[in-house]
Ligand binder design. Structure first.
Ligand SMILES: NC(=O)c1ccc[n+]([C@@H]2O[C@H](COP(=O)([O-])OP(=O)(O)OC[C@H]3O[C@@H](n4cnc5c(N)ncnc54)[C@H](OP(=O)(O)O)[C@@H]3O)[C@@H](O)[C@H]2O)c1
Length: 288
């Protein structure tokens, strides 16, 4: 009896020759998710705005997953575009359908993080976080829906445990990701009848690529270091499993599951604990 039930084996049955579009996959969690799904036999569309970095990731993954005879087309492609715009979102979907003929799943992974006190927020930060997290999740979904509806497809939103309850120091990040959750619920109610599965994956702190930047309360980007709870590979495995099992809601870390229960039962207590956390969860100021 074959007892290999590792995620990769399960995923191979599930993903072989499926076309999966991953927004924001030129680095970080998106790139590792692409790598895992390529291992599982999927055809993957990579995306990011910075063409040079995207090209580098495409080259790396093409070398790791070379074309297999008799097919000579490989299983990975890439399109550089800003998916927080309608034009960019349409470009992403056009590329996927022209290159691979269909879309079986969309992973809305592209996102922007922030760090800074709510009292110091500027309009530019509000606009950047709304575009980078909400528009960047909504617009590719809207563009891909006809394709997804045509083949009982799946759409998955990559989110954070900080969307379960507003966290100090990351107010706009919490708020825009929570807005994505609410969008996902409404979308689910609208498209479930058409056979499309909608899911949300909430991650804890994941290790970052060195070049990752975060936005300050004034809307400017800076480098931010903090301890990780999960590796990128663990986050990718959780995302792939949620997609394979058509899960609607996944929380990947124990602390997040505890927070979820506490938030439902006694949100006031969660608020009180966060108010007394003294920056231990998220430092409020970027200068600390
Ligand atoms: N890292 C964590 O601890 C953590 C925790 C919980 C949730 N998450 C979520 O997981 C997702 C990935 O996080 P990460 O840490 O891997 O981020 P990351 O390292 O900053 O990577 C983000 C990726 O998205 C691309 N991107 C950003 N905005 C885009 C846009 N408008 N259009 C196209 N591409 C865009 C970036 O490339 P370009 O800049 O070249 O466009 C890059 O490839 C995000 O949604 C994040 O909120 C992360």
């Amino acid at each position: 009896m074959n007892t290999d039930t590792t995620p990769r084996r399960i995923h191979r049955r599930e993903f072989r020759d499926r076309v999966v579009v991953i927004t924001g996959s030129s680095r970080g969690i998106g790139r590792e998710t692409a790598r895992l799904l390529l291992h599982a036999g999927a055809r993957v569309v990579l995306n990011g705005r910075t063409a040079s970095r995207l090209e580098q990731t495409l080259d790396t993954l093409r070398a790791e997953f070379p074309p297999e005879p008799p097919s000579d087309e490989g299983r990975v492609s890439a399109i550089a575009c800003d998916i927080s715009t309608e034009e960019g979102a349409r470009e992403l979907v056009r590329h996927a359908t022209e290159r691979w003929g269909r879309i079986d799943a969309l992973i809305n992974n592209a996102g922007v993080s922030m760090r800074g006190a709510a009292a110091q927020l500027r309009a530019s930060a509000v606009d950047s976080l709304a575009a980078g997290n909400l528009r960047a999740a909504v617009l590719p979904t809207v563009a891909a829906l006809p394709e997804l509806e045509a083949r009982n497809g799946r759409v998955l939103f990559v989110s954070t445990v900080a969307a379960i309850h507003g966290f100090p120091g990351v107010s706009l990040y919490s708020a825009t990701k929570a807005a994505v959750h609410t969008f996902a619920e409404a979308l689910d109610a609208e498209v479930r009848g058409a056979g499309v599965t909608v899911g949300v994956v909430m991650l804890g702190f994941v290790e970052n690529d060195p070049e990752k930047t975060t936005l300050g309360a004034d809307g400017t980007a800076f480098h931010h270091e903090r301890r990780a709870m999960q590796t990128q590979a663990q986050a990718a495995a959780a995302i792939a499993t949620a997609l394979a099992r058509r899960r609607r809601r996944t929380i990947t870390v124990g602390a997040g599951r505890l927070l979820d229960i506490a938030h439902r039962v006694t949100p006031g207590l969660v608020g009180a604990v966060l108010a007394r956390s003294g920056g231990r969860i998220h430092r409020v100021s970027r200068d600390e």
